[in-house]
Design a protein around this ligand. Structure first.
Ligand SMILES: Cc1cc2nc3c(=O)[nH]c(=O)nc-3n(C[C@H](O)[C@H](O)[C@H](O)COP(=O)(O)OP(=O)(O)OC[C@H]3O[C@@H](n4cnc5c(N)ncnc54)[C@H](O)[C@@H]3O)c2cc1C
Length: 399
């Protein structure tokens, strides 16, 4: 059985960034990921045809100059030169079958009447609905703006804590305001996984965790066992709760109080000449079967266009492809390539900060148990990496 300092379960950006910090500190680190590739919600499948190759994003797609922890890792991995700009194409609204500018969906008078509230209202202890309906007006919120918020975590966000949706953070002036990477965001995940000092096991889920002789033992579906002095869980909360049943019931129970949502993501690749839709960054269609359609038009390609539709869960494939065909205005035979992914996203509620504080209190009493993920400080990539940084600091302080 491999004897390591740290075993990290979950190969999304939360687990990868924590594994990165551990390996930098010289800790022997194993990372276990159930899928064949690392990345989790960093999913940039590639497609090749007749020598032309293309990628699209089935999950996260944009990074910002304020992602300072992420940028630190990118630089340490030597891939800062793969940062590329995103082309300026509009976020658009699909209304009555027509792609329109967002402004068309807004009542400007109501917006002007409500906007001064921005200077008086605080986001703390407000839901997305209670805060933003005051800032943009009740009707604007209901008819248009709420659908943009729903598109961010692909679920209804009325009850989300307002201060967890968009955060302002200090920005780096020497980096593009928003950017992606050559080859897509998954290339960042791959670069971290390739670091010396991180032993990566993909393609087999962690099935159980327990403590024996003062060390954690993690068993994977393919029958392997990994032993380490410290255990990191970087999984969706429900999966983390299941694995902790035999490790720490109090933490496991606390995790069961969180809810999450599944997002059925479908990516399609189409030859450029076969689709007449004007270039867009994303399309939001109020009250539709999908929360958003995110396009690859932000990184131009000579041959292909790619579109990721993030559907509500529970629809059958026929319904999903029918809608894709309607929105793109093309027949299904024109779709050259299709990829699917199930993303899991947290459903945060007011009071979440108290939940996170209590989680940290419980963790302090454990023996080298660490939790990271997108359900602590927020869902943004930088929130995940910042959480991993904090958990690594806690681990380093114990050494
Ligand atoms: C569609 C979409 C678009 C987004 N766009 C952006 C964006 O543009 N910018 C931004 O900042 N944020 C964006 N986000 C949010 C951000 O990408 C995520 O919050 C973040 O990537 C989550 O990382 P994570 O590692 O916490 O979780 P995940 O990426 O979900 O990783 C968890 C990993 O655990 C693995 N796993 C689960 N169970 C087991 C098990 N038993 N054993 C081993 N492995 C297991 C999973 O396979 C997965 O790889 C987006 C999210 C989604 C879903």
């Amino acid at each position: 059985m491999a004897q390591q300092d740290v075993v990290v379960i979950g190969g999304g950006i939360s687990g990868l960034s924590l594994a990165f910090y551990c390996s930098q500190a010289g800790m022997k680190t194993t990372l276990i990921e159930k899928n064949k590739t690392v990345g989790g919600s960093f999913a940039s499948p590639h497609y090749s045809s007749d020598g032309d190759s293309f990628w699209l994003e089935l999950g996260a797609h944009t990074c910002y100059s304020s992602y300072q922890n992420l940028l630190g890792i990118v630089e340490a991995c030597g891939i800062a030169d793969t940062i590329i700009p995103r082309a300026k194409v509009p976020f658009s609204l699909l209304l009555n079958g027509e792609v329109q500018s967002i402004m068309k969906g807004l009542n400007i008078l109501e917006l002007l009447r409500s906007a001064p509230n921005l200077f008086f209202m605080k986001k703390e202890n407000q839901t997305v609905r209670s805060y933003y309906s005051k800032i943009v007006g009740e009707n604007n919120y209901r008819n248009t703006v709420s659908h943009f918020f729903n598109a961010v975590p692909s679920q209804l966000t009325d009850d989300f804590p307002a201060d967890m949706m968009f955060k302002s953070r200090p920005k780096r002036k020497d980096v593009l305001k928003n950017y992606t990477f050559k080859g897509g965001l998954q290339s960042v995940a791959n670069a971290i996984a390739a670091r010396n000092g991180i032993e990566v096991h993909t393609g087999s889920a962690a099935e159980s965790a327990m403590m024996s002789g003062g060390r954690y033992i993690v068993r994977t579906a393919d029958g392997q066992e990994h032993s380490a002095g410290a255990l990191v869980l970087a999984l969706p909360s429900a999966a983390a709760a299941r694995l902790l049943q035999n490790v720490n019931q109090a933490v496991a129970h606390h995790l069961t109080q969180l809810k999450s949502a599944d997002v059925d993501s479908i990516g399609v690749v189409v030859r450029k000449e076969n689709v007449s839709l004007k270039p867009v960054a994303a399309i939001i269609s109020p009250n539709d079967t999908f929360f958003s359609m995110v396009s690859r038009d932000t990184v131009k390609d000579d041959n292909f266009r790619g579109f990721a539709f993030h559907f509500r869960p529970g629809l059958d494939d026929n319904a999903k492809f029918k809608r894709i065909s309607e929105v793109l205005g093309i027949g299904l035979p024109k779709i050259e390539h299709t990829v699917t992914k199930l993303n899991v996203v947290p459903s945060l509620r007011l009071g979440h900060r108290e939940w996170a504080r209590k989680a940290d209190d419980l963790l302090i009493g454990t023996k080298n148990l660490y939790l990271t993920g997108n359900y602590f400080g927020g869902m943004a990539i930088e929130d995940c990496v910042a959480r991993s940084h904090d958990e690594f600091d806690r681990m380093a302080a114990k050494r």
